[in-house]
Design a protein around this ligand. Structure first.
Ligand code: NDP
Length: 368
């Protein structure tokens, strides 16, 4: 067995033994015992670009396993069946997947479809009695997000959002440093999240399927990052939108938004979300005693960065492998990541996105 796989196994076991906190010390402390606990049996819904990445990463998981698929494309189902040894009885399409209710071989469904479909698909999965992992953004507004939370609660299933950075070692280390007071009082966060989007016909530029443009897709990383880097919830936002290509970025599809957030302590954040510039994946935070800068800060990795104490040296491990093992630990043993990945966490980001859109449209400061 590769040493990387052994490392991940050790890492998962250590996390289980210390519920309720997923600190770097626990994350990296090794145990020599092999893992013999329950395995989270997952079906992926939506076999697109990110679904493929998650499936690959899950091959290295210790506590989670890909066992099923839900897809509208029969040829992809066939390919995945042979690649990942998925039995016919665990394959579904969008019309018949409510039948997972009667399939004891599936514990959870990971929804990796366009944003505008997450809510209805979450509700159907929850009603089938299975745990839901929904990709970010959890829906297209806070109201949808809250409905998803309520339905999953009523169905007594977990709702988790695909916040992979909450398991990423360098990010976890920085959050722990902030909690330990290493930066003193956090004062300012700067987040830059963007890339140049290609194909104008893709669902990401279709309001009904995406719910918005860059903000829903990539700007959300700066919102979520500001919250976990500063350790507070914003109380107001202001925002300014610029559009250079109104044909590609139609009404309701934001191309570039700059936004600011104010926090109860007086800390402020200044962020950029865009679909029209490359090389934007950077977080900077400064406090009364120190600073951290990360670039890249949320890409698939390796994440790189330094603080006033020196470079961040935690190892790179495939984010989605850590995430899925971490989510299995959460579902089976209640091991909480350092920052939550539950539906309520998703709703917090959606409320901020709603407020940013309102602020950009009205030019007003919006109170949260
Ligand atoms: P893709 O377009 O690559 O894949 C989406 C898949 O959803 C399709 O391949 C298709 O799979 C399925 N689908 C179902 N209905 C539709 C429809 N009407 N139009 C298009 N596709 C449909 O998108 P991504 O994989 O990049 O993104 C999916 C989700 O994952 C989004 O919510 C996105 O925000 C999130 N994401 C998260 C990332 C992260 O790092 N956490 C990174 C990238 C994306 P099938 O043919 O099997 O039905």
């Amino acid at each position: 067995m590769s040493s990387r796989r052994e490392f991940i196994e050790k890492l998962s076991i250590t996390a289980i033994s210390v519920p309720l906190l997923y600190s770097p010390a626990q994350l990296f402390a090794a145990s020599s015992e092999p893992y013999e606990g329950p395995i989270l049996k997952v079906a992926i819904m939506g076999l697109g670009s990110y679904g493929t990445r998650v499936a690959e990463a899950m091959q290295s998981c210790t506590r989670a396993k890909l066992v099923g698929v839900i897809s509208g494309t029969p040829s992809k189902i066939k390919k995945w069946q042979s690649k990942y040894d998925i039995p016919e009885k665990n394959c579904y399409n969008y019309d018949n997947f409510d039948a997972i209710k009667n399939n004891p071989d599936i514990d959870a469904v990971y929804i990796i479809t366009p944003n505008g479909l997450h809510k209805d698909q979450t509700i159907r999965v929850a009603k089938a009695g299975k745990h839901v992992i929904s990709e970010k953004p959890m829906g297209i507004n806070a109201q949808e997000g809250q409905e998803m939370v309520d339905v999953c609660k009523a169905a007594n299933v977990k709702l988790l959002i695909g916040y992979r950075m909450h398991f990423e070692p360098k990010t976890v280390a920085v959050i722990q440093m902030r909690k330990d007071g290493d930066f003193g009082q956090p004062k300012f966060f700067q987040g830059q999240s963007g890339f140049t989007i290609g194909d104008p016909t893709q669902w990401r530029l279709n309001k009904e399927l995406s719910g918005g443009g860059a903000m829903m897709d990539i700007g959300i990383y700066s919102i979520n990052g500001a919250r976990y880097m500063l350790g507070e919830e914003p109380v107001w936002v202001t925002a300014q939108e610029t559009k250079t290509d109104p044909i590609k970025f139609k009404e309701g599809i934001d191309e570039t938004i700059q936004f600011q957030m104010g926090f109860p302590s007086g800390a402020v954040a200044n962020c950029l979300s865009t679909y029209s510039m490359n090389n934007l994946d950077r977080f900077y935070m400064t406090g009364s005693k120190g600073f951290v800068e990360m670039q890249p800060s949320t890409g698939y990795g390796p994440i790189e960065g330094r603080t006033h104490k020196g470079p961040l040296t935690q190892p790179h491990i495939t984010h989605q492998t850590l995430q899925m093992d971490g989510m299995a630990a959460l579902i089976f043993d209640g091991v909480q990541p350092i920052v939550p990945v539950d539906g309520e966490e998703g709703v917090k980001d959606m409320k901020i996105i709603d407020a940013i859109f309102k602020a950009a449209k009205t030019g007003q400061k919006v109170t949260l």
